[in-house]
Design a protein around this ligand. Structure first.
Ligand code: MG
Length: 387
């Protein structure tokens, strides 16, 4: 039986992680959510964590009432970034699952590493923005980072039992999102609802928009470079519409090893939490015969600016990936608020590369600064566009 903490427990990854936890009788040390008090309180009543954290401080009283803590006082309520980092520093946790959305995940990740706690990482922005800091700190502390992202879990699984030095490249698969095959012209005026309708995966809003713009694949490209110590040339993106092959690796002998399964995040979540064990998972098995065919294609980098911007950003290095990510977070929020058009997201993300020069990343402050500057620049453009 493992003891885990979950940051982002009310989101898509968080709720599925609790299904896995329920199945395998994990002990839950702490749960944290952004603003969904009702669900967090419900989870706390079922799993009895010692600590809960609601990121939005103004909701602490409401959570207190929902938990009926006036009478029982058995759960410590924390708030804000302080709460998240306090959870990351708790003793007696085998693994902390970080599934918060966005750059907010970086500080708790660094805090858990500092404390020596292994991490199941579902927050890709952590590595995109702070990869240099995170990987260096993890190596120094001997902390394991288990990928939860389905593609990176697949790559991690395909690397087991083989020599890392004999790897040629990885094949990062992409569903292509809801707008695969469309030209830029055809993407003018697509609505928020159209962008939120992903063909294969059911996910949170931010990542679903990122999948529609292919920003998600760009972020995953950067994430893979950090996790597996790769050069950009060692990553080939392959569009695979069925989302059954979750990624693959090619070795020197030209053997390709892939990981397959139904598109259900509980498989990579469970692998990260139970590594190296493989027990029954609360998902359907995959039937290849029922599936019949699998298709593959090259990504369209001319149409999807965000993907191109991410690859450029990591090639430039330093603070540039953090800036591209920060601009994207601001742009996606504005698109969801219906302030800008779908194609504006790609324009804003790309503009950061022309506007700024990358600087070296030596500290968390460098990353946070770069993020702030990029967001401010993105917000100026959003203001102009929404006028
Ligand atoms: Mg993914």
């Amino acid at each position: 039986m493992k003891t885990i903490s979950i940051l982002g427990s009310t989101g898509s990854i968080g709720t599925q992680s609790l299904e896995v936890a329920r199945k395998h009788n994990f002990k839950i040390k702490a749960l944290a959510a952004y603003s969904n008090c009702e669900l967090l309180a419900k989870q706390a009543r079922e799993f009895h964590p010692e600590y809960v954290c609601i990121f939005k401080e103004e909701l602490a009283d409401k959570l207190h009432q929902l938990l009926d803590n006036g009478k029982t006082k058995d759960t410590v309520i924390l708030t804000g970034m302080e709460g998240l980092t306090a959870i990351a520093r708790l003793d007696g946790v085998d693994i902390m699952l970080n599934s918060v959305v966005g750059m907010v995940g970086l500080e708790p990740t660094l805090a858990a590493i500092e404390h020596g706690t292994d991490i199941a990482l579902a927050n890709k922005e952590t590595l995109v923005a702070g990869g240099a800091l995170v990987m260096k700190a993890a190596a120094e502390k001997g902390v394991n980072i288990y990928p939860v992202d389905s593609e990176h879990s697949a790559i991690f699984q395909c690397l087991q039992g083989n020599k890392r030095s004999q790897l040629n490249k990885i094949l990062l698969t992409a569903s292509g999102g809801p707008f695969f095959g469309r030209s830029k012209k055809e993407l003018e005026g697509v609505t928020v609802d159209q962008a939120l309708a992903h063909p294969n995966w059911s996910m949170g809003k931010k990542i679903t928009i990122d999948s529609a713009t292919l920003m998600n694949k760009g972020l995953e490209f950067i994430e893979a470079m950090w996790l597996f110590d790769l050069t950009p040339e060692q990553i080939e993106i392959v569009v695979h519409r069925e989302s059954v092959i979750h990624s693959a690796v090619e070795y020197k002998d030209h053997s390709i090893i892939a990981q397959l399964g139904v598109p259900d995040m509980k498989i990579p979540i469970q692998y990260a939490l139970l590594y190296p064990d493989r027990f029954d998972c609360p998902t359907k098995p995959l039937s290849l015969a029922d599936l019949g065919t699998m298709t593959f294609a090259r990504p369209d980098q001319d149409t999807f600016d965000c993907l191109t911007a991410c690859i450029k950003a990591i090639s430039l290095g330093g603070t540039m990936p953090a800036m591209v990510n920060g601009a994207n977070e601001a742009a996606v929020a504005a698109f969801l608020d219906r302030k800008i058009q779908f194609l504006d997201i790609g324009r804003i993300v790309s503009s950061v590369i022309d506007r700024f020069v990358p600087e070296q990343v030596n500290s968390l402050e460098d990353v946070l600064n770069a993020d702030r500057r990029a967001r401010a620049f993105a917000c100026e453009q959003i203001d102009k566009l929404s006028r």
